[in-house]
Design a protein around this ligand. Structure first.
Ligand code: PFF
Length: 502
């Protein structure tokens, strides 16, 4: 007899968990820099194109798969067609791999929340972060850094506690507590950012459109990558979350609410952060473009500088900013772990606590790699490959599986329309079956070619291939092996399962 499926208490609980998953590091530190680096105001065009033709349609596709087939990624795909179960495993395992380094960034943020008291990073924020805190060394160096390891272990202990509980007691409750706090913190950061002297210059820099960027395929890749990562689609997370939703609940509305809440949040974060960057530039007497930097440096080197320069309440704003990163990240990391946990429970019928012991234990072990002195290189490499390739390839395959090989998109559309107030039309079918896969295939092809010629970040090719492609292929092999194993539970159609009380 299958065990009862976890279930959210209400639709609001589901939406909060989904928005909690979506709003994370991707919104606060990744988005502002991605906009700036990819054409400023002009980037909004590929961003909205990717959001409306790929992000929201694939989000609804995931909702419909999880809700109709009432299973984790592998179980839902298995019910769609026996041939595609591995794709659910691949996605769930990619999410699991991400959790290993995502947590280390949260560990840095937790340390910096503590360092904010009395701005303990001092005036040389770059030396502090790279040398004193990370002890940054080259590829091939594996000495653990205690300063990083301790906060990471503390956070894992907390996440372990949350994950042991059923989804509505753990994940949902976490989102119910942290999301409102996060909104308040973001409002504080944004208001502070835009009211600083020099803020207008920062916003001008952010939004001044560079239309030539639109001809660059990399800009489009960046838009798709940002939209997918930020919305948490392509990792079977939303399939899993939707499978915990009551059978009659609305899907289309929930998807639109989640998507617009997520975009609104990143928009506000970008305004606040660029306001603050304008202020720093004015204080240092340089152009805004000289103080902008990529995600890691922006958050942990430039932001501490801004906090040093603030006229008053420096520690308070430091704690608010880094605390917001921790809170936003916590509600996301649980959603990176849940797909694998749910999948293994579905496949083996094992108790939640047993599976959580394994998954959280292994993910915490993986984190040790990134908490070493060479960790920043490993983190950057794995992050790039999982997100620029793994994610986009997985999303393409989802479209191929549902629209091209099984031709079930129509059925999934009817499923959404049966339960939702807002009806979705033909546009959805066209986006899922044609526009998105075609765009993703073109972009992935171009990306592979570009990076074949110029290795990512100038890193050594053997490391890039070994770690980046190595990780993707390793989880693919694991996915195929898992597909070949027997199910201990009923994989018949969801309706039948429901009758048995599952
Ligand atoms: N959406 C999260 C962020 O913006 O940081 C990251 C994420 C969480 C991606 C969960 C994927 C996922 F399944």
């Amino acid at each position: 007899m299958a065990q009862a499926r976890d279930q959210w208490t209400t639709r609001t609980g589901f939406i909060l968990a989904a928005v909690g998953s979506a709003i994370g590091l991707g919104n606060i530190w990744r988005y502002p820099y991605v906009v700036y680096d990819n054409g400023g105001g002009a980037f909004l065009l590929p961003y909205f194109f990717a959001l409306l033709t790929a992000g929201i349609p694939i989000l609804l596709l995931e909702y419909s798969l999880g809700h109709k087939y009432r299973g984790s990624g592998p179980l839902s795909f298995r019910r769609l067609s026996k041939k595609w179960e591995w794709l659910g495993w691949w996605q769930s395992l990619i999410a699991f791999l991400i959790s290993g380094y995502y947590m280390v960034i949260l560990g840095w943020a937790l340390s910096y929340t503590y360092y904010s008291f009395g701005t303990q990073w001092g005036s040389e924020t770059q030396t502090f972060f790279l040398e004193k805190y990370l002890g940054a060394a080259d590829f091939g160096s594996f000495t653990p850094q205690l300063k990083v390891l301790i906060p990471v272990v503390l956070l894992w202990a907390f996440v372990y506690y949350v994950m042991r509980q059923q989804a509505h007691r753990g994940i949902e409750k976490l989102a119910r507590i942290l999301m409102p706090l996060l909104v308040i913190m973001l409002v504080i950061i944004t208001i502070r950012g835009v009211t600083l002297p020099g803020a207008a210059e920062g916003l001008n820099t952010l939004f001044t459109p560079d239309f030539t960027a639109l001809a660059d395929p990399q800009v489009w890749v960046a838009a798709y990558g940002q939209v997918f990562f930020s919305l948490s689609v392509g990792f079977a997370t939303m399939i899993t979350y939707a499978s915990y939703l009551n059978k009659k609940e609305d899907l289309a509305n929930s998807g639109l609410v989640a998507a617009f809440a997520n975009s609104g949040f990143e928009f506000m974060a970008a305004i606040g952060i660029f306001g603050a960057l304008g202020f720093l530039a004015a204080q240092s007497g340089v152009g805004v473009d000289e103080v902008v930097n990529q995600g890691v440096i922006l958050a942990f080197v430039i932001f501490p500088q801004i906090i040093n320069e603030l006229p008053f309440l420096n520690s308070f704003f430091g704690v608010t900013f880094f605390g917001a990163l921790v809170f936003a990240g916590l509600t996301s990391i649980v959603s990176l772990l849940e797909p694998a946990i749910s999948a293994i429970r579905d496949k083996t019928g094992a108790a939640r606590t047993t599976v959580v012991n394994w998954i959280v234990g292994l993910a915490a072990l993986m984190s040790v790699l990134y908490a070493t002195d060479g960790g920043l290189n490993y983190l950057d490499t794995i992050d790039h490959y999982l997100n620029s390739y793994g994610l986009l390839i997985a999303a393409t395959l989802m479209a191929v599986a549902t629209a091209w090989t099984t031709r079930k998109v129509g059925e999934l559309q009817s499923h959404i329309n049966q339960v939702s107030d807002v009806h979705i039309g033909k546009w959805w079918v066209i986006c899922v079956s044609v526009v998105t896969p075609v765009m993703l295939i073109i972009m992935t092809g171009l990306n592979i070619r570009t990076e074949w010629l110029v290795p990512y970040s100038g890193y050594p090719m053997p490391w890039l291939i070994g770690m980046g492609w190595g990780a993707l292929v390793a989880v693919l092999i694991a996915a195929v092996i898992l597909q070949s194993k027997e199910w201990k539970v009923n994989t018949g159609q969801a309706e039948q399962q429901e009758k048995e009380g599952a």
